[in-house]
Design a protein around this ligand. Sequence first.
Ligand code: AMP
Ligand code: MG
Length: 331
Amino acid sequence: MLTEIRKINDESVALAKSILLSGGLVAIPTETVYGLAAVGTNPEAVKKIFEVKGRPTDNPLIAHVHENYDIEKLVEIERDYVYELKKRFTPGPLTMVMKSRGVVCRDAVCGGDTLAVRIPSHEGCRKLLRAVDVPLVAPSANISKHTSPVRAEHVYNDLNGKIPLILDGGKCRGGIESTVIDATGEFPRILRAGLITKEMIESVAGKCEIAEHRAGDKVKSPGVKYSHYRPKCDTALFSEDETDKALSLYKEKIAEGKTPYIMCADGVAEKFKGLNLLPLGNTETEIAASLYDKLLEGEKKADIIIAVAMPDEKGINLGIMNRLNKSCKRL
Ligand code: AMP
Ligand code: MG
């Protein structure tokens, strides 16, 4: 199959719509990462997503709709905080898991009775969602377990020959996947951390907890149990008070004739002057936005990416560390 990359505009949106409505897959930009979309009410189309990605069949998909779509057609809203969170944080990178009405097919939710719903803010993505006016289920547009794509070319590198069309909406501004919350309980619980932080949710809902996953627990959000986001090269992860260890590993690799790269915030990069660097920026927002981009740049030129990061469990850093802990090996 020939895979076309087209800039997102009226013409390419019309083409994407016809592919999707006839049961095909299209890769689409969002403000978080690129998604691999199918019409969520078409079981054959949904099955293709799992096949193309090699995604475990117990990991449910998120349904994406435009801002004027009545989400109560898809889910039962059991909690008032849902209306508040929707008003405050959507369109945007917040996904809410609620009781499904069964409109989105069973294969998409892996037979479960809940559905995760998201209203993206990316302008091109909204244009497509308005044009199709049906829920599009869309996991990240990468081969399962690989780093999530944040540019059209990243999608092409993983899915060339497997899908007909990639809509190019530029580099994703958010850079990590949406915050996923369980919105069925008395207060919201974060199943996957992201750019909408615990603190932001608390400011609207009063209370918000991070779901803890202990070994042996029945995992409520199946996706969190998989190792994820791995670049194709070797990796190592250190915290910011272990820069000496990062430096000795770097030197060891050089002595072995390998090409190491150090990935860290710009401030920390001062300590590694003159070495091969993948600088992530300064603020949490900048770091989230460049994390996958740098991992994917790194896998092309490095034998090993040595990541140095702050294991701070607050704000956006919680989401950043969640991705780093899964994508890079802690030594
Ligand atoms: P991805 O689309 O690959 O970024 O992953 C979607 C994330 O949302 C995964 O962590 C899923 O486990 C989670 N998710 C999707 N649907 C549900 C659901 N119905 N209940 C709980 N978690 C969900
Ligand atoms: Mg994914």
